[in-house]
Design a protein around this ligand. Sequence first.
Ligand code: AMP
Length: 295
Amino acid sequence: MEIINRTQRMRSVSRKVRREQDRTIGLVPTMGALHEGHLSLVREARRMCDTVVVSIFVNPKQFAPTDDFQTYPRDLTKDTMLLADYNVDYIFAPAVEEIYPKNFSTHVEVEGLSDQLEGAARPGHFRGVATVLTILFNIVRPDFAYFGQKDAQQALVVRRLVRDLAFDTEIVVLPTVREESGLAYSSRNAYLSEGERKAAPVLRRALARAESVYAEGERNGRRLAELVRAEIEREPAAQTEYVSVADADTLDPLERLDDRPVLVSLAVRFGKTRLIDNVLLNRARTGKTGALVQP
Ligand code: AMP
């Protein structure tokens, strides 16, 4: 395993792998502080591809000034040890100036999809995500890139980006990995106090409530959202930011749930920590185009 810090080195390594060895390249983009969720993506990349690159880059452009860029957990030594166990070929861990050189002035915007949900709560977030992924895809030129359903809107934005700008990369979206309590793994779970950590599994319980009332036949989007919100609010430590019931391909809010796939997503604060989670309803009908895990 080689740790690469320089764009030029990463570019020449992947060019060599592609041209001389005719091997497929899988890229797992991350911000580090790796956990089981990230590792599930790495495992699948290892299974599918000849060469696996994991990028570790805390991307300043996807954080608002009030966000947690400065305090975001960073531990490259621990991440490196974990990835060595997974037989990763290259870690690409560039400095900020390597990705955004002086006078950097070009940005990528996926219109529409980027304005809803997380985009509305965090203006500029998906512009930062789309911009950094465009740069990473151009440097690494992966055949496959791996993303988690945990960040469902991100997966949708990336799929649209790749289609619209004709990147020669296939996007693979994998299911959310959870702790035994039901809490989805997230680097931000590290911020939770002991009490907040005990409270946080309410997110999964609220989403499970959506699944069960949907299975019982509830088809009113607003009512479904209210039930989810009520479940969250049973937990005093939780402050709901939004609960959304939306078309899983377009993210348009749904009043009436018909036979389209539905994404129920939420953002909830526990003290200073903001967590997101989601569940897909009607997965059996998911198409190939959405941000959806394979049914
Ligand atoms: P991050 O380091 O938070 O930018 O996440 C890197 C990738 O890991 C993204 O594609 C996330 O969607 C994915 N990811 C994060 N948490 C999980 C999880 N609990 N299960 C599956 N994938 C995840």
